[in-house]
Design a protein around this ligand. Structure first.
Ligand code: DGY
Length: 326
């Protein structure tokens, strides 16, 4: 029996890799860097299935190039802002993603970034390495207190709520905004507020919203102007939710105290980015979900979505289930 033809834009982790190889005639992009746009366009014609990462742009032109045989796009990420979901839906094409499995790892990272920025860990580490640390003194590298501080969570979905759970253990008061808020989990006290109140009252603001046309540039100069001068911004959502030029100004002028970013525009951030000149800006390379179990689970889920789509079955995790309606 001929196996369905698929292109996988990067080597998956196990067990996803074996699942794909067993069920499909799979071409797997071998390089550590993503295939170029030209390469993608060259590879998609005649495919039955496409498995992508968040670094691959899947737009109407790519779907058109793939042709009518394409049965499924499986994105190995929870975010699907790299996929033109509307264009896929218009073609009746299901799009899969990997929700749930990265919730805890991402919430861990949001908290790690928050604590590192609040307690100035990167600055301290640089001081030790460069010999800047001369003596113990009372006012050296003072940071923010956690107990009794207010954490504002923008986007109270799975990850936002997992951050709230962690915040309870640190004695934080929790505020949140969400257009469709789910209730806090049992044992978590969190208050829904409007965005303005959240910005004005929070000592720490952590972003957990998807990138949409509404959230693009949400954290702009006007938003920074409403924050406390002692506030810290954490972004583990998507880079474009923050207006980076405005963030640079806010950090440089000490309009806010610090920022910690897992995501930027672009990714990777060029090493000459002005943000990298600032002591009060901590940036890591989009690794919030990068724990061994999480990435392996993401690979498995992406493989399962791909295979279900190839079999004509409903994807276990589908972002456009309307394609199944008659
Ligand atoms: C996702 O899955 O959308 C995350 O950004 C990966 O870390």
């Amino acid at each position: 029996m001929t196996k369905p033809k698929v292109f996988v834009t990067r080597r998956l982790l196990e067990p996803g890799l074996s699942l794909v190889q067993e069920f499909c005639d799979a071409e797997i992009w071998p390089d550590p860097l993503p295939p170029s746009r030209e390469e993608l366009l060259r590879r998609v014609p005649g495919l039955d299935g496409l498995l992508t990462l968040l670094t691959d742009r899947v737009d109407a032109a790519l779907l058109e190039a793939a042709g009518p045989g394409l049965k499924v796009v499986s994105n190995c990420a929870v975010g699907v802002d790299n996929v033109d979901v509307a264009a896929a839906t218009a073609r009746g094409l299901p799009v899969g993603n990997t929700p749930g499995v990265l919730t805890e790892a991402t919430a861990d990272m949001a908290f790690a970034l928050l604590m590192a920025a609040a307690r100035r860990l990167p600055e301290g580490e640089r001081e030790v390495r460069t010999g800047g640390w001369k003596t113990w003194s009372l006012d050296y590298l003072l940071g923010a207190d956690f107990a009794g501080a207010t954490l504002g969570i923008v986007g109270f979905g799975r990850i936002g709520r997992a951050v709230a759970r962690r915040a309870m253990g640190f004695g934080l008061r929790i505020l949140f905004t969400d257009p469709a808020p789910a209730s806090p989990e049992p044992g978590v006290e969190a208050t829904p507020v409007d965005f303005d109140t959240l910005l004005r009252q929070s000592d720490f603001v952590s972003l957990h919203c998807p990138l949409t046309e509404t959230t693009r540039g949400l954290m702009n100069a006007a938003a920074f102007a409403r924050m406390k001068t002692t506030a810290i911004l954490v972004n583990t959502s998507r880079g474009p939710v923050v207006d980076q030029a405005a963030l640079y100004e806010a950090l440089k002028s000490h309009r806010i105290f610090a920022a910690a970013l897992d995501v930027t525009v672009p990714e990777p951030l060029p090493t000459d980015s002005p943000l990298l000149t600032l002591e009060n800006c901590l940036i890591v390379p989009h690794i919030a979900s990068a724990s061994r179990r999480t990435r392996s689970e993401m690979s498995r889920m992406a493989a399962e979505n791909l295979i279900a789509g190839l079999k004509g079955e409903m994807l276990p995790n589908c972002v456009n289930p309307e394609v199944y309606k008659e």
